[in-house]
Design a protein around this ligand. Structure first.
Ligand code: ZN
Length: 276
């Protein structure tokens, strides 16, 4: 299958009343597990490399790894840069084979956010690459507060930036280990009414699965970023692997046992979003 863009996977999701999982990758074991899960379910997938991942492993390595996995998959796989903060970071991602980028100008004043995002859109679209932008601030459970997305600003941002997907803040928060986020459906409706792009919720791990499904079915939220709940599965699996093999020092044997649990959990997440 070909490497896909956000447009390729999110527009059909609008028609199908489903949503696509944007799964956060930190290394080989999880990336491989997620693409295997996509193949097993027959569902499209967005593989994402965020700032932490890019600090740990060079973007050139990640781009190649993502593309090899996407090209071997039987389903569309988007190779996506999550939370780039500069035009240059996006350009480096595109040069290294990523088919999609997120430019996060959410902390900038509205005019500056529109300006940087529009410049990234112009560059990315020339290369056949899709762009996600953000309006409103999605905070972190550890602090770093959220600013709810203003529908008026979202409407203007969507029209003037030319993005392919729009991340919004409507009660979702990053890095939540508990599924307790209260999503403001009225806010989603007000934003939907004045925008045209598919909407994205970061902090998907904190949103109860039933609410994710309801959003996928009833609204234009078409991408959920999910990292923490899969990282928790990885941590549990690795601790179990170490306990089960106290004399083992081989990383292939130790880390290899995380792949199946990650694949099973990714499959469950993707299927739940696609049940619509
Ligand atoms: Zn995020």
């Amino acid at each position: 299958m070909t490497v896909a863009t956000l447009i390729d996977v999110l527009q059909p999701a609008i028609a199908n009343r489903t949503a696509i999982a944007g799964l956060v990758v930190l290394g080989w074991e999880d990336a491989r597990a997620y693409v295997e899960a996509a193949d097993e379910t027959g569902l499209p997938l967005i593989l994402q490399a965020g700032p932490g991942c890019r600090n740990y492993t060079p973007v050139a390595v990640l781009g190649k790894m993502f593309r090899v996995l996407a090209e071997q998959a039987r389903v569309p796989v988007v190779c996506h840069i999550d939370h780039a903060y500069t035009h240059e970071e996006c350009a480096i991602g595109i040069d290294n084979g990523f088919s999609s980028v997120m430019i996060d100008g959410s902390k900038l004043p509205l005019d500056e956010n529109i300006e940087i995002t529009a410049r990234v859109v112009e560059m990315a679209h020339r290369a056949g690459v899709s762009v996600e932008g953000e309006i409103g601030v999605v905070g972190y459970v550890s602090g770093g507060g959220s600013t709810m997305t203003s529908p008026d600003e979202a409407g203007r941002f969507d029209r003037e930036s030319g993005v392919d997907a729009l991340a919004i803040s409507v009660g979702n928060v990053h890095l939540s280990t508990e599924k307790t986020a209260g999503i403001d459906f009225d806010a989603v409706r007000r934003i939907e009414a004045v925008t045209r792009s598919p909407l994205v919720l970061h902090g998907g791990s904190g949103i109860p699965p039933a609410i994710r499904r309801q959003l996928a079915r009833e609204t234009r939220v078409k991408k959920f970023n999910i990292g923490t709940e899969l990282r928790m599965v990885f941590g549990d699996a690795l601790r179990q692997s170490l306990a089960d093999q106290p004399d083992c020092f081989d990383r292939l044997q130790l880390l290899g046992r995380t792949i199946t649990p990650l694949r099973v959990e990714a499959r469950n997440i993707m299927k739940a979003l696609a049940e619509g």
